[in-house]
Design a binder for this molecule. Structure first.
Ligand SMILES: Cc1ncc(C[n+]2csc(CCOP(=O)(O)OP(=O)(O)O)c2C)c(N)n1
Ligand SMILES: [Mg+2]
Length: 320
């Protein structure tokens, strides 16, 4: 099975990135108003989410981390049900039980969004093993951060997948932050993909703020993993524009650095490119903005109108 061509059209990718940004913005407002639990937002990283996820085929599996709303939306998850989940409502993807988005969306192949840093690494290797034993042509995409790449589990997961030849695409979203610690304080290299060589696999770094470049790099990587059934390490070099967690005043962030990255905002960059290429007119761009706003307003209303899970639900779907 192939990726969905409509989903990789640049205008569709722009709309999806705008939808992710609008979702995160609305969720931050809702958190401040006490309507949702605080979440880790992916603002600034939309190109990485959309470029990687849209290169996958429907049968592929996804495991990701705590900064996952963009990955879910790019995969086609309904923002209403994500918002309901974060609001603890029964209509959420996991009946509101996942806390700050520790969800699984089986119908989309999203096995887990792990809030345990690095948890997705070892689990993805395991899912790769199960696909391999089943003789499936599906692959696993494992999205994690530069902080997770500093954990011992990174070595264990990649090395085992390399030695056992498992079909896992490891994607490090290097957003320059590990909670409140700058990435440069925890590693002397700023290119995580170079570590691939140590495991005898291929690695590549791509500009994570350029969605077309990310899509192209992810397509190459996905094709290689699917064909060779061997792992690959792709790094999307990007920047976390908002705080680690809402609320976060970002008082520890260098304002000049933040301003430099905001000037390279992935959504502004793609919109400008498409307007310059005349693939998009200003009025079509305004239509996208209105459509996205309407979708997110509907999502918020859906979450607010949804019931909380009943007390009898407390122990259902929970494995002891
Ligand atoms: C095992 C574990 N240790 C610590 C934490 C607390 N924590 C949550 S996110 C985070 C930083 C993760 O950084 P990175 O992997 O780069 O992901 P990013 O937040 O930048 O997307 C930390 C330390 C955790 N959730 N799990
Ligand atoms: Mg990080």
């Amino acid at each position: 099975m192939k990726e969905n061509q409509d989903a990789t059209n640049p205008v569709s990718m722009l709309e999806c990135m705008m939808l992710i940004r609008a979702y995160e913005t609305k969720n931050r407002e809702r958190q401040a108003a006490g309507k949702a639990s605080g979440t880790c937002t992916s603002v600034g990283q939309e190109a990485s989410a959309v470029g990687v996820i849209r290169a996958l085929a429907p049968q592929d599996r996804i495991l990701t981390n705590h900064r996952s709303a963009g990955h879910l939306i790019a995969r086609g998850a309904d923002p209403s049900r994500i918002m309901a989940e974060v609001g603890g409502r029964a209509t959420g993807y996991c009946k509101g039980k996942s806390g700050t988005l520790h969800v699984s969306v089986k119908e989309l192949g999203v096995i887990l969004t792990s809030t345990i840093v690095g948890g997705e690494l070892s689990l993805s290797t395991g899912v790769g093993l199960s696909l391999s034993m089943d003789g499936s042509d599906a692959i696993v995409a494992c999205l994690f951060g530069d902080g997770a790449a500093c954990e011992g589990v990174f070595h264990e997961a990649l090395n085992l997948a390399a030695v056992w030849e498992l079909p896992v695409l490891y994607v490090c979203e290097n957003n320059q932050w590990q909670a409140y610690v700058a990435r440069r304080e925890t590693m002397l290299t700023d290119r995580i993909a170079t570590r691939a060589e140590a495991y005898g696999i291929e690695g590549h770094t791509v500009d994570g703020n350029d969605v077309e470049a990310v899509l192209e790099a992810a397509r190459v990587a996905v094709e290689k993993v699917r064909r060779t059934r061997r792992p690959y390490l792709l790094e999307t070099y990007t920047y976390r524009q908002w705080g680690h967690y809402e609320p976060d005043d970002q008082s520890y962030v260098d304002p000049d650095e933040l301003a430099r990255w905001k000037a390279r905002d992935p959504i502004d960059a793609l919109a400008k490119k498409l307007l310059d290429r005349k693939v998009l007119t200003p009025s079509q761009y305004s239509e996208l903005e209105s459509r996205v706003r309407a979708t997110i307003d509907r999502a918020a209303a859906f979450a607010d109108d949804s019931p909380f899970p009943s007390p009898e639900e407390l122990t259902t779907d929970v494995y002891a």
